[in-house]
Design a protein around this ligand. Sequence first.
Ligand code: C5P
Length: 241
Amino acid sequence: MKKAKDYLIFPLDVPTYDDAIRYVELLNKYVGIFKVGLELFVSVGPKILNAIKERSDAGIFLDLKFHDIPATVKGAFLAASAYGVTFTTVHCDEGKDLLRSVVDNNPSGIKILAITALTSLASKNLKELGYQDKYIADITELVMLKARMAKEAGCSGVVCSGLEVEKVKTELGKDFIAVTPGIRPRWSIVGKDDQKRIITPDQAIKRGADYIVVGRPIRCAEKPIEAAKRVLGEIESAISE
Ligand code: C5P
């Protein structure tokens, strides 16, 4: 039975090894998966992955959001697959063939999550990028287009916002994993930031998210442990309904 903590992904969005380890030790009891993203991985390198494993039983999400020509992504993904992590991410934007080439060359069985539309994107940005009007009018349509592609290619799931997660789960099935960032609890002190398509932890879980990524609301809180516990309380109440 999945516990509240198993739903919570904490991104180690910090620039140094010491900062990351401080958060791992502080939040270890409250977090199901630690996410290592571009900032930390580029700064510190793969040694951070072993350092997390030595201090925690939590899973590791290596979130490098691969996006390049298929041969390069395939090579980078194979290198990442040696690290023994639970999840990694690949952008959908190079199409189904790229996703399939990664899925078909996955010796360690990492769960591959496809990035649909970043939660920092809003309709205005899609217009600037030249997307068709139907996607500008409703980003969910764009997320679904990419999520269907990811499922057809054999990915384990997608990263999508809480505004799309219900549709993803309903249409693509309960086993197709949905990871939802852009989480902002009502009490969060994070001011206006880069996240646009946001939702509260309990709403994301109620709409079907398998995991929620909660970074700044915990990291920037005066008391990060208390903030993590509060998020867990909201997850708990959503799963017990
Ligand atoms: O909660 P907060 O906004 O601080 O979370 C930021 C984290 O969410 C970053 O690690 C970022 O990579 C991740 N994220 C994501 N997918 C998105 C948007 C954000 O994984 N679509």
